[in-house]
Structure formats: structure tokens, C-alpha cells
Ligand binder design. Structure first.
Ligand code: ARG
Length: 463
């Protein structure tokens, strides 16, 4: 059965059918398509285009189709060019011509736009739950390693000491923003296109608000031509996915660096790492490398839809079929990456001894040396200059800042006194930073508690 045979004498070339068919990928939308059809049938009944009996026969047939699809026993046939055709064809097989009545006033254009919006709303919610899982793993790790201090970097050069948890919590902040981006993407998808027909609306007096309510949409679209051709909600979702993948990729890169022999700051669990087929000693962060690699793929998914939409005339065009594979791929990639990242983060172990060793970095508290002079009344540029001269002296003498004697320091400035030694330890340097958002112990704990509360509340809201 084709949905459009009447005006044709010839039948489509098999190669053409294979090229245009969306069934290989849109079959994944069957559940949404059936829900959408059920609500439409309810709407037709309310508009008095179906009797109660007709309504219940079609609904029963749709339920059977759903069951067949759920169980994987549904038989697709060659002429099923998309999921909508397959479902309608089967309904008509089950209940005869009456089944065709569900197509009244409806087009595959408003149907697919509705299916896609339902899909995006559902996926966003699932991703948000997965983000909470990863957030929880990061927060737990931050709590259990609260007392580890490491050298922090800018330009990948040792810069200032930092609490490890402070860095881990920085990634938690990125994920929290991702969470709200998916919340926003979900809201943007939350508009019902059904009732827009092919693009011009429908003369069938359906109550669109009623259908929206049945399907769980908060509102209905304002313009039918826009409704069938708008894929901004797909772009919004793809952007949210891409940014989240960029964040995961940055975390992956951090983990890859930290577990290198040169950093040696953490060890991955055996369950979340791989070996080498040639070098027996290797333990490789392949999962993290794949997450890093897959970020590019989701950005490509977003680009391909952006480019596809550019310059499309109104209203529906078949190009719009090209939104599906990238969107599905992006969500699948992000979901898999979140799972691997959560497993990796939840099981990796930091090496406190190695952290202490790395902290022997000779000039990591040079900024604190300068700030000491600022507290003594010196203006910062001058203090910066003097601290720089002390560093230069240390380099020549082969000493670290902590090894310079007070007498030596006094040759650079008379403002130095006994108290300076204490402020040059990494712990003191971290703890002295008391502003909101800094990495002292109390502040990290505040962030941890705030995030724990967030995770608990959002889980309850979503479940
Ligand atoms: N497979 C199509 C899509 O994904 C469904 C809508 C087809 N509409 C049409 N007029 N051929 O966009």
C-alpha cells in the first residue's frame, strides 16, 4: 500500500524507493507515531468525524500494532516507505477501510514534526537523568578526595596550587549548565504541530488544545506553515548535545593527562580501561579517548542539520527527513559517552602521595610571595616584579621558593619577615583564598552540598 498511488500510472523504481525511504531509521519513532495517531483519533471522534465504535476499533488496532512492534514481530513490507505508512497499512489490514479514516485531516508532515518533538522531549529527560548520575559520581569523588592539593595549570604550565576537588567541581558546574540546556531544549520542543495538515492547516474542526493535552504538550503551534517546517527544536537539542560532548571531551582529556605516567595522578579501574596487543605493560584510557573523539561527531551532526535547513523554502521539503539520523546519532553518542564517563569517574583512584610529589613544584606559590608584599603595603606591580626577581634568583641558585632563606629574601625587599614561609606552602595558598567560588575546603564543601541538594531535587522532579 502506498499513500499516494492514485495520480500515478507507473510504479516507483525500486532504487528510487530505497533512496527515499526513511523506514530504516524512522521506525525507531513508532511508539511516538502510534501515540500521535491515537490522540488524533480521539480528536476526530471529538470533532464528530468518527463514531465511538469507530474510534475504539481504530484504537484497538493501533494497540495491536504497538504490541507487534514492541515484541519485534511486526512484518514490514517493501511498500512501507516510512513508519507512518507501515502503521496505517497494518491498521487497515487489521480492521479494513475504516483504518484509513485515521488519516483524515492529517499529513505525514505534521505527523513527523509531532513525532520528532515527542522524541526530543523524551530524550532530553533521559539525558538529564544520565547527567545527574555523572554529577553524582563527580561530587562523590570530590568529597572523598577533599584533602588532595595538586598543581593547577594555565597554558599547561604549573600556575598555582589548587584543591583537586575544586577542579572536579568545575566539571560539575559544566554539567549543571548542560542539564539546564536540556531542560530548555525540552521546553522548546514542547509545542504541538499536529492539526497543521500538510502546511495550510485543516478544515476538520479538531480541538488542537485537547490533542496537545492528550500528548502531554503544553501548547499548540501558532502558524501551520512554520509548524511543519520548523526544526529549530532539533537544532536546540543538537546544540545542547554538542556542548555537553565538548564538556565530556574536556573532562576526558583531563583524565587522560592525569593518568599518564608523567602526571601519574590517577589510576583507572581495570573495568574501564584497555590493554595493548603488543606492549604488555600498557593500561590505556581508550574510553576517554573515544569520548574525546566522539565530540567531533556530534558537532558534525549539528552542522549537518544547520546546513540542511539553510535556504529551505516554505513549507515542508523532503530535505527535512535528513534531520533524523544526525539527531538520533547525537543522542545515542551522548548517552553512551555519559555512561562510560560515569563508570570511569566512579571507579578511578587518585594517588595522594603522587599529588604531594607534584606539589614540590618550585615556584607554584610565587603569586603568594607577591601577595605577601601587597599585605605589607606594596602596590601589586612592584610586588610582582620583586617576586619575579626572587624566582629568577632561585633558578640561578637551583632552589625552590621554600628553600630561599629569609636573609636572602630580605635582599629583595625589607618587607619580608618570618611570616612569609608559612604563606608559601601550597595548603596555605589554597586556604587563604576565601572569596566565594575559590577552592578552599569550606568553599568546596559548600559547592558539594549545593550540588548534592540539586541532584536529589532534580531526580525527584524527573522520576
Ligand atoms: N519521512 C518524512 C520525513 O522524515 C516524513 C514526511 C514525509 N512527507 C512527505 N510529504 N513526503 O520528513
Amino acid at each position: 500500500m502506498r499513500m499516494w498511488g492514485g495520480r500515478f500510472i507507473g510504479s516507483p523504481d525500486p532504487a528510487f524507493m530505497a533512496f527515499t525511504s526513511s523506514l530504516p531509521f524512522d521506525r525507531r519513532l513508532y511508539e511516538y507515531d502510534i501515540r500521535c495517531s491515537m490522540a488524533w483519533v480521539n480528536g476526530l471522534k471529538k470533532a464528530k468525524l468518527l463514531t465511538e465504535q469507530e474510534e475504539s476499533s481504530i484504537l484497538a488496532a493501533l494497540s495491536s500494532v504497538k504490541r507487534e512492534m514492541d515484541e519485534g514481530v511486526f512484518k514490514f513490507i517493501e511498500t512501507d516507505e516510512d513508519i507512518h505508512t507501515a502503521i496505517e497499512r497494518r491498521v487497515r489490514e487489521l480492521i479494513g477501510d475504516l483504518g484509513g479514516k485515521m488519516r483524515t485531516g492529517r499529513s505525514r508532515n505534521d505527523q513527523i514534526a509531532t513525532d520528532m518533538r515527542l522524541f526530543v522531549m523524551d530524550e532530553c529527560r533521559k539525558i538529564m537523568l544520565k547527567i545527574l548520575d555523572l554529577l553524582e559520581a563527580l561530587v562523590n569523588l570530590s568529597r572523598s578526595n577533599l584533602d588532595i592539593i595538586i598543581p593547577g595549570h594555565t597554558h599547561l604550565q604549573q600556575a598555582q596550587p589548587v584543591r583537586l576537588s575544586h577542579f572536579l567541581l568545575a566539571f560539575a558546574q559544566m554539567l549543571k549548565r548542560d542539564f539546564s540546556r536540556f531542560e530548555e531544549a525540552r521546553k522548546r520542543a514542547d509545542v504541538l504541530p499536529l492539526g497543521s495538515g500538510a502546511f495550510a492547516g485543516t478544515s476538520i474542526p479538531v480541538d488542537r488544545e485537547y490533542i496537545a493535552c492528550l500528548l502531554g504538550f503544553s501548547t499548540v503551534s501558532d502558524n501551520s506553515a512554520d509548524a511543519v517546517s520548523d526544526r529549530d527544536f532539533v537544532l536546540d537539542a543538537l546544540f545542547a548535545v554538542s556542548v555537553a560532548m565538548v564538556h565530556l571531551s574536556r573532562l576526558a582529556e583531563q583524565i587522560i593527562l592525569w593518568c599518564s605516567d608523567e602526571f601519574g595522578l590517577l589510576e583507572l579501574d581495570d573495568g574501564w580501561s584497555t590493554g595493548s596487543s603488543l606492549m604488555p605493560q600498557k593500561k590505556n584510557p581508550d574510553g576517554m579517548e573515544l569520548v574525546r573523539g566522539k565530540a567531533g561527531r556530534t558537532i558534525g551532526d549539528m552542522d549537518s542539520v544547520l546546513i540542511c535547513l539553510k535556504a529551505l523554502p516554505l513549507a515542508y521539503n523532503r530535505d527535512l527527513q535528513e534531520d533524523k539520523e544526525p539527531l538520533f546519532d547525537a543522542f545515542d553518542t551522548l548517552r553512551g559517552s555519559l555512561e562510560v564517563m560515569t563508570g570511569t569517574v566512579a571507579t578511578m583512584r587518585f594517588d595522594q602521595m603522587r599529588a604531594a610529589e607534584l606539589l614540590n613544584a618550585p615556584f607554584i606559590t610565587a603569586t603568594d610571595l607577591a601577595e605577601f608584599l601587597v599585605y605589607k603595603g606594596l602596590e601589586f606591580p612592584k610586588a610582582h616584579e620583586i617576586a619575579g626577581e626572587v624566582v629568577s634568583f632561585c633558578i640561578t641558585e637551583g632552589k625552590s621558593l621554600l628553600e630561599v632563606s629569609l636573609d636572602e629574601l630580605k635582599t629583595f625587599s625589607p618587607l619580608f619577615d618570618e611570616a612569609v614561609r608559612e604563606c608559601l606552602t601550597p595548603e596555605a595558598a589554597v586556604e587563604r583564598k576565601r572569596v566565594k567560588g575559590a577552592g578552599n575546603r569550606d568553599e568546596c564543601l559548600r559547592q558539594i552540598e549545593m550540588l548534592e541538594k540539586f541532584i536529589k531535587e532534580e531526580r525527584e522532579r524527573l522520576c
